[in-house]
Design a protein around this ligand. Structure first.
Ligand code: GRF
Length: 200
């Protein structure tokens, strides 16, 4: 797998930890960031994982950037792409290069609150339950088939920050398990995802 990040990389860190502990049985061949100052890059290096960084700006625009990214991931042997706080929408080149092989985590119970600042959207809407969703990436924004979800209670007095803390705890516990389930084999039944192997 390759992991794509843009920032602190706390989900990436948990994934690398689980791989190191051999609880998640995959190989991470590359961590890529579109931001050269992403703190997650140094973290990945601490785990001994190869890293790379470039941006649409450095590569002459989004098209060329994505072509270079897809080529690099293939060259490194990645079969799956894991987005972990990667803040760009993936385009046709990436989607066709890794069809049904790109996974993302989003901090809400999709289809509620897609896009940016999902935790703030949940607080402002006044929902009493929110959570996180691991899903396949398709052409839309946070619209792909759902692999797994976890919910958390939104208590009176919760803020965007306190809700974010509750959700990220669940993200860390959910993401690696959902990846393990997905790489063991999935079947798409319309938009629903069925697993070949049940999670333990
Ligand atoms: C997470 O909340 C994730 O759901 C969203 O971006 C955030 C990334 O956090 N896609 P981190 O970089 O993994 O700490």
């Amino acid at each position: 797998m390759a992991i794509l990040i843009s920032g602190r990389g706390s989900n990436m860190k948990t994934i690398l930890q689980k791989v190191k502990e051999k609880k998640l049985r995959v190989e991470v061949v590359l961590v890529f960031s579109d931001k050269s100052d992403a703190p997650g890059l140094a973290l990945a290096q601490e785990f001994g994982v190869k890293t790379a960084t470039f941006s649409p700006k450095s590569e002459g625009g989004p098209e060329l950037y994505e072509q270079k990214l897809a080529a690099l991931l293939k060259e490194e042997g990645a079969q799956w792409v894991i987005c972990a706080g990667y803040m760009r929408i993936l385009g046709k080149t990436m989607l066709s290069s890794f069809k049904h092989r790109i996974i993302n985590i989003h901090p809400s119970l999709l289809p509620a609150f897609p896009g940016l600042k999902a935790q703030r959207q949940a607080i402002e809407y006044g929902v009493r339950v929110s959570g996180c969703t691991v899903h396949f990436v398709d052409e839309g924004v946070d619209t792909g088939p759902i692999i797994a979800q976890r919910c958390v209670a939104v208590e009176p007095g919760d803020s965007e920050e306190s809700l974010s803390r509750k959700i990220i705890r669940e993200e860390h516990d959910l993401y690696w398990r959902a990846i393990q389930m997905a790489v063991q084999g999935v079947v798409f039944d319309g938009r629903r995802v069925e697993f070949n192997v049940r999670s333990s």
